[in-house]
Design a protein around this ligand. Structure first.
Ligand code: 13P
Length: 327
């Protein structure tokens, strides 16, 4: 257990965070399509190899979450990606859920699947170098949403996943994401996030998950995208208040998702949370879009833009790193 506890601590320790480069192939294809970049296994590898080769990336990034396709690919020099990352001082992680699927008995809500056969998959990933894993649940806010059934089914699955990970020597990143879509208020998001986190931690306890050997990846407490925005400090205060109520102090750390916020906004929120100070756990970043959108716009599938794209990633990673240091 001590080994996974130290891996969990290292993933969230300031001044570092996590790069979430684990978009499934269909999701990455959508992002590529928007920029007219062809999406093939080769172009997806080129994109990720370019990102991971950014000079000094490990100064700011402790671990990188991979999708299965990337986990099995080799760099142009012939090195397996997980080994390439480890050699550059970054821990390889793996997304192990198989996506959010319709949850029967609800009106169109989703439950994240992937528990079948998960034990043997984790064993294989661990043998191939994965030190941590990720499972993302999605909850939407709306009339009668999220339903009790949806909250419970997702919390239950997250806890079974987390427990299995720890049994296999892998740190679980537990990601219950409350989506920003809708016109709900900051207060409503706070209420829902609290209910969701309470349910998640009740289930994690039920399945004897060691909190010191896990990382929580929550959404920030923000108003819906269709509602009036609120100030950065208001988001930070509301988020930290909810986490304080719901997240046990023994949890190794909190690594936030960006959820569709602009990179500058996500970084400003992270910095404001850390400025509050005297937090029981480190709060860092595990951003996908807020670290990669700008580099992807710069790269556009053209190797001649690689250096400029790497510079964009380095700038964003360094800014988020700095945002963890205000404690
Ligand atoms: P975003 O930061 O783009 O929300 O992605 C984080 C992530 O890993 C979602 O599962």
């Amino acid at each position: 257990m001590d080994d996974i506890r130290s891996v969990a601590a290292a993933l969230v320790e300031s001044p570092k965070g996590i790069l979430a480069a684990d978009e499934s192939s269909p999701t990455l294809t959508k992002r590529f399509d928007a920029l007219s970049i062809a999406s093939t296994p080769e172009t997806r590898l080129a994109w990720r190899e370019m990102l991971f080769s950014t000079p000094n990336l490990s100064q700011w990034i402790a671990g990188v979450i991979l999708y299965d396709e990337t986990f099995r690919q080799r760099t142009s020099e012939g090195t397996l990606i997980p080994e390439f990352l480890a050699a550059r001082g970054m821990m390889p992680g793996i997304k192990v859920d198989t996506g959010a699927k319709p949850l029967a008995g609800t009106r169109g809500e989703l439950v994240t699947e992937g528990l079948d056969g998960l034990g043997p998959r984790l064993e294989a990933y661990r043998a191939e170098g994965a030190r941590f894993a990720k499972w993302r649940a999605v909850l939407t806010i709306g009339e009668g949403r999220p339903s009790r059934q949806c909250v419970h089914a997702n919390a239950h699955a997250l806890a079974r996943y987390a427990s299995l990970c720890q049994e296999h020597g892998i740190v679980p990143i537990v990601e219950p994401e409350v989506l920003m879509e809708g016109d709900h208020s900051l207060e409503r998001c706070a209420e829902v996030t609290r209910v969701v986190l309470d349910a998640v931690f009740a289930e994690l306890r039920e399945f004897n998950v060691d909190f010191r050997a896990m990382v929580l990846k929550p959404s920030m407490v923000v108003p819906g995208v269709l509602a009036d925005p609120v100030g950065v400090d208001e988001v930070a205060a509301a988020s930290v208040a909810v986490y304080r109520d719901a997240v046990p102090a023994s949890v190794a750390g909190i690594a936030l998702l960006s959820g569709g916020q602009s990179d500058a906004t996500a970084t400003a929120h992270l910095a404001a949370m850390n400025r509050i100070g005297s937090l029981p756990w480190p709060i860092t970043f595990s951003f996908g879009r807020a670290l990669q959108d700008e580099p992807m716009r710069v790269w556009r599938g053209d190797a001649r833009n690689a250096e400029a794209a790497q510079a964009a990633l380095a700038r964003l990673a360094a800014a988020n790193s700095q945002a963890t240091e205000n404690r």
